[in-house]
Design a protein around this ligand. Structure first.
Ligand SMILES: Nc1nc2c(ncn2[C@@H]2O[C@H](COP(=O)(O)OP(=O)(O)OP(=O)(O)O)[C@@H](O)[C@H]2O)c(=O)[nH]1
Length: 250
């Protein structure tokens, strides 16, 4: 008898001595269960910790880069239209760090850059130029609608902050007015979007219709997201405290 077989027999003997009526099948199932639990636990932990991205989104010129520099470096920046994303690690509390991405607003590149990070979203900051919202409402609503319909974004359930920036400019619209204007615009948009999908024969697409059927669209119908609106002035970090406070809550 070799030493390996001897050891196996003695281990079996020890277990038998300890628990005389042992059911090996039950023991095996128990150990297998523990292994499965261990794997699932670590997978869950990994998914939770890997969602540490905050994306700054919005149309060109809304003030994303200005806000990015204020939040991450506490400085003002003389910015030009961005053509590639910038990122920076930011501490949002003593023990938590996130990576903030400034995604350029140009419609040719914003989606491809956003696609790279959207599966790791912890939160989204959507920046609007409140002084130009009357002219830009359709584009803003379309961009926001597309983001909210995205399957990966819906899967991440990020907290969303809609920043109504440039409140220092006379006649800039306030957050509550912008919220209701966006709801009206998105109400129209979801009819066109779902009709477009029907006409190309894709049938029902759960992601394309936001809110409740038969009711006017309201942001609070979106249960996957926690959406808040704030007024802000990113220039010189004049009015960004509400954004900083929100970051602590995500
Ligand atoms: N008055 C005022 N101007 C601002 C404010 N925030 C940003 N700006 C100005 O708006 C312009 C555009 O700001 P950016 O931060 O470059 O805008 P962006 O969203 O990053 O633009 P893209 O890179 O094209 O996507 C710059 O001239 C900023 O100085 C603000 O709160 N008030």
């Amino acid at each position: 008898m070799d030493t390996k077989t001897k050891t196996r027999i003695s281990i079996k003997q020890i277990i038998k001595d300890l628990i005389p009526d042992i059911n090996y099948q039950l023991l095996f199932t128990f150990i297998l269960g523990l292994v499965v639990l261990y794997v699932v636990f670590f997978k869950l932990l990994k998914t939770k910790t890997s969602k540490n991205v905050i994306a700054l989104l919005g149309l060109c010129g809304s003030g994303k880069t200005q806000l990015f520099y204020q939040l991450c470096h506490g400085i003002d920046v003389l910015s030009v239209t961005s053509v590639k994303e910038s990122s920076h690690s930011l501490s949002i509390s003593d023990s938590r760090k996130v990576t903030v991405y400034d995604i350029p607003g140009h419609d040719r590149i914003r989606y491809s850059l956003f696609d790279k990070i959207k599966s790791q979203l912890k939160a989204l900051i959507f920046v609007i130029d409140a002084s130009a919202i009357q002219e830009e409402i359709k584009d803003v609503a379309e961009f926001l609608y597309t983001i909210l319909c995205d399957g990966s974004v819906q899967g991440c359930k990020p907290n969303i902050l809609i920043v109504c920036n440039k409140q220092d400019i006379p006649f800039a619209k306030g957050a509550s007015l912008i919220k209701s204007s966006l709801e009206k615009e998105m109400n129209l948009l979801r009819v066109t979007k779902s009709n477009q999908l029907k006409s190309v024969g894709t049938g029902e697409n759960n992601n394309s219709f936001l809110g409740y059927q038969g009711q006017d669209f309201e942001f609070n119908q979106l249960k996957s997201f926690k959406i808040s609106f704030v007024d802000a002035v990113a220039s010189k970090g004049e009015q960004i405290d509400s954004i900083k406070n929100w970051l602590k809550t995500i």
